[in-house]
Ligand binder design. Sequence first.
Ligand SMILES: NC(=O)C1=CN([C@@H]2O[C@H](COP(=O)(O)OP(=O)(O)OC[C@H]3O[C@@H](n4cnc5c(N)ncnc54)[C@H](OP(=O)(O)O)[C@@H]3O)[C@@H](O)[C@H]2O)C=CC1
Ligand SMILES: Nc1c(N[C@@H]2O[C@H](COP(=O)(O)O)[C@@H](O)[C@H]2O)[nH]c(=O)[nH]c1=O
Length: 397
Amino acid sequence: MTFTALDHQHMAHALRLAERGLFTTQPNPRVGCVIAHGAEVVGAGWHQRAGGPHAEVCALRAAGERARGATAYVTLEPCAHHGRTPPCADALAAAGVARVVVAAEDPFPQVDGRGIEKLRAAGIAVETGLLREAARELNVGFFSRHERGRPWVRLKLAMSLDGRTALGNGESKWITGAAARADVQRWRARSSAILTGSGTVLADDPRLTVRLDEDASLPPPGRESVADPARGQGEGTAHATDWTEVPAAAFVPPLRVVLDRRLRTPAGSHVLDGSAPTLVLHGDGAACADDRFARAECRPVAERDGKLALPAVLAHLAARECNEVHVEAGPALCGALLAEGLADELLLYVAPALLGDDARPLLHLPALRSMDERWNLRLLDLRPLGADLRLRLRPEA
Ligand SMILES: NC(=O)C1=CN([C@@H]2O[C@H](COP(=O)(O)OP(=O)(O)OC[C@H]3O[C@@H](n4cnc5c(N)ncnc54)[C@H](OP(=O)(O)O)[C@@H]3O)[C@@H](O)[C@H]2O)C=CC1
Ligand SMILES: Nc1c(N[C@@H]2O[C@H](COP(=O)(O)O)[C@@H](O)[C@H]2O)[nH]c(=O)[nH]c1=O
């Protein structure tokens, strides 16, 4: 398939619009749509929240009669089913769109090629795959959930230059500075769940909430600059060309998830304060009968070798429509996820400080006998944040 420079330009615009849904579409994917006649954009929109209009509908509303004979650029295959809203493939056909360019096919079982078939059956020319990788990256968790049956798992760790994550006595606040910690808030915000272990709850009493106001000057995660912070024009509809802050009312707070096999989380812990939806996963032998857990949901999950079975944990989170899981845990849980091949990405914040021999390591991993067995990671990007550095890495297959 060959696409023109103009096709690329419109799809890139649609992707930037889709990105506006970064913090609000959960559990739905982030999707953008641009409708154009040649270089002229006649309608543009993005999906803002589950239950709200899809990107195509927002763009069609903006285009009105001018959608007839136009090309629609959509970052995800238009839906073919009656969900919370009617099928977008039907809406595009009814509006008389002549051509649809799709970035990525939708693996959602009720779509899965049917949207494209429907469009073709209506006589519309459909082309797929333009900027597919970028569209899949934006919805990495959505694709993971539907294609692998588990969420995308991102481990976040703050460490010193000598690879330490807390002092020997457990003290860890703070290793990294304010800019790095504010960046963490953005990654928390885009996630469906924030996962931790009982060890971190006991040592740190973390809140694990999203506090985006800690440094509002930062661009969104994964973006190095914000070229044009122009505002949108009404819900999900805009001709603006870049990312913008989302209305606080549309924000979907991530689920706090604590792995606590023996229910050691103390009464009065921040994670039990009801300030965010909270799930405590425990072993079969424990029961959440006491008042400690009045503001949290408790669920048993399978155990394996005296620990909670991590594949069962992730399957449970996928069943609850969690797309991206942000892990803020200690070396035990983070190491176990990596060793079991369940960590998809690492966000490492490196502070220019040394914490010494007695301090806690980054990850508990099995000892290796040969260099062939080592875990190799691929560096995706590197970014300074104040005095610290952020490394984003993915384990090599
Ligand atoms: N610098 C940083 O970015 C961070 C540092 N920390 C530091 O880490 C330290 C705590 O680390 P750590 O003790 O390793 O705690 P973790 O947060 O890794 O929690 C580990 C506990 O989780 C429970 N658990 C349940 N299932 C599993 C499983 N399958 N695999 C592993 N653990 C499981 C276990 O307890 P049980 O069997 O009772 O359920 C286990 O002891 C603190 O000092 C804290 O300050 C923590 C977070 C981030
Ligand atoms: N010490 C340390 C971090 N620690 C992480 O932050 C958690 C506290 O979260 P909250 O209570 O929501 O602010 C704590 O339990 C641990 O997971 N993070 C960082 O970015 N830099 C740091 O230096």
